[in-house]
Design a protein around this ligand. Structure first.
Ligand SMILES: *Cc1c(COP(=O)(O)O)cnc(C)c1O
Length: 372
């Protein structure tokens, strides 16, 4: 056995995205105790910077010590009680996972379905709420990574509140890539990931809960089924002011990485980060369209950071992706579900969204496609 030395790739798939060297070197700093006063000072900075990233004042804003899927489970496990009716909007892979979560928490799922590649329809959400006046929660995905469609968080939250429902929003791919205003848009609970537009390493899931959501958690009739994800317990470690108590050993060095990525986000500024994602998307779009490659998602709801494009007629999906990887060390994503073999998903997330990468990706694709 020898040390593992990964190849140096350019990551332009659906995540993880390229990790900035500053973030990688932050991870290599000395491990200290997870209750060390210096570590706790860093945790407080992480919380404050996550509030900035989410545009929220929610005190309950922190990273769950596991990837985005654990943030998803944190929201559902804490907010859904057995018997609760939950409206789940499904327009791609991650909406389906939300339904799984509801069912495993003992909730009843009412599906609001939209075609893959389109946004969640607020009209259908409203109709489902009218038909199900006993619904307690509306759950939906802001940025569907399986297709590249962006849904209207503000409008859906307004409709949910009009019908006395709380909201659970998946912002794994949206955070840092497109506008997201948790407080202004009235989001009650939200989860994200570190390895998409924050360009950090995988393994953490930033979450945020407002007072209304926490009220529901505090007034549960049953205990949260998951000990690890129970917010009442997690807050003993991540909560402010009061003495921090051991809950689990935080992934110390991964949190250094998140801290560094958030310092970089603050340095760049949220609006500038969004504008960079948009500009790189536009550059990629022009190049792809020159090659005759077309987009799956309508421009009006298209995410700049996840570009789903139709694979040209007669082109072998797997052969192209394999050659991009072996010859150019370039990773792009394959299609999921009905789109397997039909679309590519080109990620321009975080540090992957640079002019250099866009030009490299276009040139590599042109070369590989030229021979097919
Ligand atoms: C990637 C992703 C997840 C899951 O995150 P993991 O870190 O892979 O667990 C959830 N939702 C969306 C929209 C995603 O893109």
């Amino acid at each position: 056995m020898q040390s593992f030395n990964p190849p140096v790739r350019t990551l332009m798939g659906p995540g993880p995205s390229d990790v900035h060297p500053r973030i990688l070197s932050a991870m290599a700093r000395p491990t200290i105790g997870h209750l060390d006063p210096e570590f706790i000072r860093m945790m407080d900075e992480v919380k404050a910077m996550l509030q900035y990233a989410f545009q929220t004042k929610n005190p309950m804003t922190m990273p769950v010590s596991a990837p985005g899927s654990a943030g998803m489970e944190t929201c559902f496990a804490n907010l859904v009680e057995p018997g609760d009716k939950v409206i789940v909007c499904i327009n791609g892979v991650f909406g389906n996972r939300m339904r799984e979560n509801v069912e495993r928490c003992g909730g009843t799922c009412v599906e609001v379905k939209d075609d893959w590649g389109t946004a969640v329809s607020p009209e259908k959400v409203e109709a489902a709420l009218v038909a199900n006046p006993d619904a307690k929660i509306v759950a939906f995905v802001h940025a569907e990574t399986s297709t590249g469609a962006c849904s209207d968080v503000k409008t859906i939250c307004e409709i949910a509140h009009k019908h006395n429902c709380l909201t659970i929003v998946d912002a794994v791919t949206s955070l840092g890539g497109v506008e997201l205003k948790v407080d202004e848009w009235g989001v009650d609970s939200i989860y994200s990931g570190t390895q998409k537009c924050l360009s950090c390493v995988p393994g953490l899931s930033p979450v945020s809960f407002n007072e209304a959501a926490l009220d529901k958690v505090r007034n549960r009739k049953t205990k949260v089924q998951s000990w690890f994800l129970d917010l009442n317990l997690v807050m003993g470690y991540w909560g402010q002011g009061a003495k921090r108590a051991y809950h689990h050993t935080a992934p110390v060095n991964t949190l250094y990485a998140l801290h560094e990525s958030l310092v970089m986000l603050k340095e760049e500024g949220l609006e500038n980060a969004h504008a960079r994602h948009r500009a790189m998307h536009n550059k990629l779009k022009v190049g792809l369209e020159e090659m005759g490659i077309k987009f799956l998602v309508d421009e009006s709801v298209r995410l700049p950071q996840l570009n789903s494009v139709w694979i040209p007629e007669g082109v072998d999906d797997a052969a192209v992706r394999s050659e991009l990887l072996t010859k150019y060390n370039l990773e792009i994503g394959s299609g999921l579900g009905d789109f397997a073999g039909k679309v590519w998903r080109i990620g321009t997330m975080g540090f992957s969204a640079t002019e250099e990468n866009i030009l490299f990706c276009l040139a590599a694709l042109k070369d590989v496609l030229g021979k097919k």
